[in-house]
Design a protein around this ligand. Structure first.
Ligand SMILES: N#[N+]C[C@@H]1[C@@H](O)[C@H](O)[C@@H](O)[C@@H]2O[C@H]12
Length: 452
């Protein structure tokens, strides 16, 4: 980048979290259990048996955390609502204390000049609904629309950017096919059914919003560009299949009203006949799409089940705790692909970041402030924000960037072993320490990207 990048006026700079990963107190004040409360308390399901019982204690420290966001200069904050705090049984009875928690949080954000971006579903289905079949039950679309409508009526106007689902691909691939995530199912037959009902629920929630809400609503997907490991026919076919399975499986029905044809090959006999009217429900006009980007997939044909395709580990993967390669050009390529495939629907980068081998927050700087040196995270963020600028220069309508994550937090089944935060959390004391990358990001926000 030869000269200082110029980001569009109104480009929104923020950070993201999710309820189960930071809040703690999952059953406080009348909340019901979620599938993650249940999953994490099942022996062997999470690393070290880590649970969300405390996490970052955000449920009690929320006001200080908003002050931290203000001090960092965040313009926006993407967070999720724990469905079972608001509707402990998933439907019916409203737990006012749970709703009040999010109402207070939104008011505090607004009072500090921070725009809320609210994610309705970030993986923590009420356990009571899982007992009724969860996402395998076609009624789940109605359950989700009911819950979403409760939130719209309570918060719309103060919340002006809504997200229905976070990463339906991970929910399905992790929770229903491979079993690594809650509810821990391993079924080739269940996966497409859960996936389809998630998208029906997305459509039902958007349709309900159009009757109740007056602002913006979108879907958040995790997508990664797939590059063939070689120019062999087998690798090219496998790459196409992996691309359809991860990147088109949700965007195609949401934006085009159909599935990519490769899915029938991936799922084989497990691929159902879908009722045509389902796609009229799923395909709703969206005000934006949120893209969560972390890395790319260099893809080869292999005997993995059921995809028969897998990623080849790359040299630059060694730096991150997750083994994910630094590949910022993949973000530019992906955004250009999105525009070419789906047109000019506005895009937010709703998650981007990296888990690094951060040093312990033992160091203090000259004025006694805690300090965490994380140069690799700063390098990752600088390169990826630069890649977004390249996509904007190429004509992609990117409206904002939500860094993942505000805080080190609970990385689902991986427990507290991965630190994605720009703010270090000492889980024993709950001390928050902004890392060097957080101070760098504050400068990027203040300069509207020009200091990149
Ligand atoms: N892994 N990883 C980090 C991050 C995860 O912590 C988020 O909850 C997900 O939305 C998405 O997978 C990305």
């Amino acid at each position: 980048m030869s000269q200082a990048p110029v980001f569009p006026d109104g480009f929104l700079w923020g950070a993201a979290t999710a309820a189960h990963q930071i809040e703690g107190s999952p059953l406080a004040d009348g909340a019901g259990p979620s599938i993650w409360t249940r999953f994490a308390h099942t022996p062997g399901m999470t690393l070290n048996g880590d649970t969300g019982d405390v996490a970052c204690d955000h449920y009690r420290r929320w006001k200080d955390d908003v002050k931290l966001m203000r001090d960092l200069g965040l313009q926006a904050y993407r967070f999720s609502v724990a469905w079972a705090r608001v509707l402990p049984e998933g439907t019916g009875r409203i737990n006012q204390a749970g709703l009040d928690f999010y109402s207070r949080l939104v008011d505090e954000l607004l009072a500090n000049g921070i725009e809320p971006l609210l994610t309705l579903y970030h993986w923590d289905l009420p356990a009571a609904l899982d007992d009724r079949g969860g996402w395998l039950n076609r009624d789940s679309a109605d359950w989700f629309a009911e819950y979403a409508s409760v939130m719209y009526k309570a918060l719309d106007g103060r919340v002006k950017k809504w997200v229905t689902l976070n990463e339906p691909w991970v929910i399905t691939d992790g929770g229903y096919l491979h079993g690594a995530l809650a509810p821990g199912h391993r079924s080739l037959f269940e996966a497409p059914i859960a996936s389809h009902n998630l998208m029906r629920a997305h459509g039902a929630a958007v349709r309900a919003y159009r009757e109740i809400g007056a602002h913006e609503i979108g879907l958040v997907v995790n997508i990664e560009p797939k590059y063939a490991a070689s120019d062999s026919e087998a690798d090219r076919v496998a790459t196409r299949r992996a691309h359809a399975y991860m990147n088109e499986q949700y965007l195609h029905p949401a934006l085009l009203g159909r599935y990519p044809e490769e899915l029938e090959d991936v799922f084989g006999a497990a691929w159902p006949e879908w009722p045509k009217q389902d796609f009229e429900l799923i395909r709703q006009k969206l005000d934006f799409v949120g893209i969560n980007y972390y890395t790319r997939g260099v893809t080869e044909a292999n005997d993995s089940y059921p995809l028969k395709a897998g990623s080849v580990r790359q040299p630059l993967a060694t730096y991150s705790e997750t083994g994910w390669e630094f590949y910022p050009k993949g973000l530019t390529d992906l955004l250009v692909w999105f525009k070419q495939t789906y047109g000019d629907t506005p895009v937010y980068i709703t998650e981007n970041g990296a888990a690094m081998y951060d040093p312990p927050a033992a160091e203090v700087d000259a004025d006694g402030r805690g300090r965490v040196r994380d140069p690799l995270r700063t390098a990752y963020l600088r390169q990826h924000i630069g890649a977004i600028h390249d996509a904007i220069q190429a004509g992609v309508d990117v409206r904002g960037y939500m860094l993942w994550s505000l805080l080190d937090n609970l990385e689902w089944s991986l427990g507290y072993s991965k630190r994605f935060g720009m703010v270090h959390v000492n889980y024993a004391t709950q001390q928050r320490t902004p890392k060097d990358s957080a101070h760098w990001y504050s400068g990027v926000i203040r300069s509207h990207g020009r200091s990149l």
